[in-house]
Design a protein around this ligand. Structure first.
Ligand code: GLA
Length: 392
């Protein structure tokens, strides 16, 4: 059954009526630009053909009710007075904190958020590094806009989503995931400057396939991993460098020559963090240029370098990711591979062509199975369209 029919069906069963609208927002892969968005660097993501769908209508009662198909659960909240952010309540974030956080963030901006009834689900693996949470936020935002009759620009949509993550859920992420979900276009990757938010669509070959290989290892980002630590380390490194480079605002402003000259100012692990950001920003712009020329081999080499830098200098890889990356990148017909998303678990994204994808998938799966005794899930994805209302 198509995902859109699945959520509409679930909506009908739960609410006994037809939804007024269905919104869809995709996940993303990130070809290059690991952990540089919150330092205002450049990233090269692409929206994928896997997404979250929300079937919804304005609610006849004051409470918002949301059914989550993929969790088999329902939650209700008051969109006019949503509970305070997760950090103030204690405990971990739950799936409902994404739509509820959206109501909270919109109200903080003075937007009137009516109660809705909704059912949502999709085909994005959760917690795997393909931005299922950004997809939930963007799909609900598009749905709410349509039902309530307000309109936000793409940039405002992405910024509201980031506010949900940073201020409601408590993950200090950057703007890349929401931006890619909103601004992605079929047949294109997206070069985004995370400071100016200027972006350029770069065409991708028609037969480009993303193999998203899942370690099966999950870490909650708000607690228990180094995600927020990495962001503080970058800001600390920038603070230490600023007396020597008064123009520097974030690590994005650091030139390779300055880093060499000022190496002694930063002690481990801050020197590695800064080196990763500087070299990764360069790789993103070189990778964009390679993609413009249609040179996937050059792009793939940069992905392998990015993985090494994420592992050695930024320290966000784990052995499971390294095994998948090495196996995929070494398989005949694979252009390149790197960990995707936040790291610390989740997935590796490899790029290949339609004709070689099967072989790369098999090689990657058997190397992982050989080492860890279990078969990894490998999702085959292609470039997909950005968020919007879908017809039925
Ligand atoms: C997560 C965050 C993004 C970005 C990546 C790492 O996906 O949500 O903002 O920081 O990790 O590149």
């Amino acid at each position: 059954m198509k995902q859109v029919d699945r959520v509409v069906d679930a909506f009908r069963k739960r609410f006994g009526t037809e939804p007024e609208i269905v919104a869809r927002a995709p996940g993303r892969v990130n070809l290059l630009g690991a952990h540089v968005d919150y330092s205002e660097g450049w990233v090269l993501p692409a929206a994928i053909d896997r997404a979250v769908w929300v079937a919804a209508r304005r609610a006849p009662r004051p409470r918002t009710r949301v059914g989550a198909l993929d969790f088999g659960e329902e939650a209700a909240f008051d969109a006019a007075r949503p509970e305070p952010p997760v950090a103030e309540r204690g405990g971990d974030a739950a799936w409902v904190d994404y739509p509820r956080g959206l109501a909270w963030a919109l109200r903080e901006q003075g937007v009137d958020v009516p109660a809705i009834e909704a059912a949502f689900g999709g085909d994005l693996p959760v917690g795997a590094g393909v931005s299922s949470s950004a997809a939930v936020e963007m799909a609900f935002l598009v749905a709410w806009e349509q039902l309530a009759g307000f309109r936000l620009s793409g940039i405002d949509r992405a910024q509201i989503g980031r506010t949900v993550e940073n201020e409601y859920v408590g993950v200090q992420s950057g703007i890349m995931d929401q931006f890619a979900s909103v601004h992605g276009r079929e047949g294109n990757a997206l070069l985004l400057d995370c400071r100016s938010l200027e972006h350029e669509l770069i065409p991708t070959p028609d037969d480009l396939v993303f193999l998203v290989a899942d370690t099966g290892v999950r870490r909650a980002l708000a607690s228990g991993t180094g995600f927020n630590d990495r962001k503080s380390e970058c800001f600390r490194a920038a603070d230490l460098l600023r007396p020597h480079l008064p123009e520097l605002s974030t690590l994005r402003d650091l030139e390779p020559a300055d880093l060499d000259r000022l190496q002694r100012v930063l002690k481990p692990p801050l020197d590695g963090r800064a080196r990763h950001v500087v070299t990764e920003c360069r790789r993103v712009r070189d990778g964009a240029e390679a993609l413009r020329r249609g040179d996937l081999h050059a792009l793939g080499d940069l992905m392998a370098q990015s993985h090494r830098s994420s592992r050695n200098d930024y320290e966000v890889s784990i052995e499971e990711l390294d095994v998948l990356q090495e196996a995929a990148a070494g398989a005949e017909g694979c252009y390149g591979a790197r960990l995707t998303g936040a790291g610390f678990g989740g997935c590796v994204t490899a790029i290949a062509s339609e004709s070689t994808a099967d072989h790369v998938r098999r090689q990657t799966a058997s190397a992982f199975e050989h080492r860890f005794g279990r078969r990894p899930k490998i999702h085959t994805c292609r470039v997909g369209a950005g968020a919007g209302i879908v017809g039925r």
